[in-house]
Design a protein around this ligand. Sequence first.
Ligand SMILES: Nc1ncnc2c1ncn2[C@@H]1O[C@H](COP(=O)(O)OP(=O)(O)OP(=O)(O)O)[C@@H](O)[C@H]1O
Ligand SMILES: [Mg+2]
Length: 329
Amino acid sequence: MGGRAGDSPTRSPSRSDPPARASARATTRAGTGHGAGEPNHSVSKEARRRSPSISTETEELLPAERPVTLDLPRVIAVANQKGGVGKTTTTVNLGAALAEMDYRVLVIDLDPQGNATTGLGIDARNFELSMYDVIMREAPLEDCIEPTSVKNLFVAPATIDLAGIEIELVPAFSRELKLKRAIDGVVNDFDFILIDCPPSLGLITVNGLAAAGEVLVPIQCEYYALEGLSQLLRNVKLVSSNLNETLEVSTIVLTMYDARTRLSVDVAKEVRAHFSGRVCKSVIPRTVRLSEAPSFGQPITVFDPTSRGAVAYRDLAKEVSNGAAQRTR
Ligand SMILES: Nc1ncnc2c1ncn2[C@@H]1O[C@H](COP(=O)(O)OP(=O)(O)OP(=O)(O)O)[C@@H](O)[C@H]1O
Ligand SMILES: [Mg+2]
């Protein structure tokens, strides 16, 4: 997905090669002190690599037991201020897999990049109202909802206009609760509402968190994935103390897992060790097919229904829904 202007502080530095850099630093350190002719007891590359670890603060902010009642309808904010960790991929494909199970699902695109919108095959030229109109102009959410090519799956689209909200909403009354009010009007028409948040902790994300019953955090299986987690958890806590008492992180999903790399295995181990009850057993593998599907405007369950990515998101949907009976409508 394309880069985004103006979010460099929150944009993940993960696109670089952290282990390599860590090793490079370690090499420099290891290199000092060895004079010419001294035996070089250099530490092996593997031993020098720093293990990913979760801070004590992060751990205290999120106890391991899984909370919340999982009654339908559920409103789930998919959030992580780190960029490119799989929020949109998870929102779109989990949504499609839940819809395949006959749940009625609404994906709310809350990111000005509009990746969930285009990933579900909706072209900005073909809709009149977007989430900008819902949040800034109080257009009814039901008027902005578009059907997708997947039965039971709907999307409330976003366009780049939404970026203006971070500034335009500042003076507004109850600015943090605009989305919640909008969702109240449609929540009973759906079993699941998934909110795809942008990679920031600004007003748009706060609206997403204030409107949700729970938060799903995708964690990319890479070195920097665990940094910033405490900041996200602090924000969830702030929103729950001030705006939305029952909000909590219910679900952590490990994404872009590559079993061939030690780093993926280590990150998964560390996350499970600390947040066991909230971490989904299903892990999303890194696969090219998952990254290709959005350019065809299709979720993976349609684009390549038997691929590893499709199977993983179906497993995740079973786990997240926890066998809840579809509501009669
Ligand atoms: N499991 C996966 N395997 C391979 N590629 C993936 C996988 N998940 C996501 N990607 C790719 O990684 C990139 C980032 O994913 P995605 O857009 O879902 O992240 P995001 O957290 O929504 O990003 P942003 O913070 O910019 O909104 C995309 O190009 C996507 O296609
Ligand atoms: Mg995204």
